[in-house]
Design a protein around this ligand. Sequence first.
Ligand SMILES: [Mg+2]
Length: 101
Amino acid sequence: MEEDLTIDRDVLQQAVDRWGQDLQELIAIEEMAELTKALIKRQRKQLHERTETEVIEEIADVYVMLEQLRLVYDSGYINVMIMDKIARLKSRLNTSTKEGK
Ligand SMILES: [Mg+2]
């Protein structure tokens, strides 16, 4: 079930202000590695309740860090890039076969 997401960017900005861009970028790298690890674990057929919960937790961690990076970098330009990449994906979906060729 899709839940509405409310992001308190004031809290995220406070985190960036307190700990700084460099440290928050390091934490983002760490969280991305943790998500990578959780996804690999799931792919290695260790799919059980805990593994799925781990993946979800790590997605949330990465998302929180990405939102902080959006505060540090040009979020308007990031939005343009996201829309451009989704448009390219749409184009690929419309031209490729189901097998991805
Ligand atoms: Mg984590």
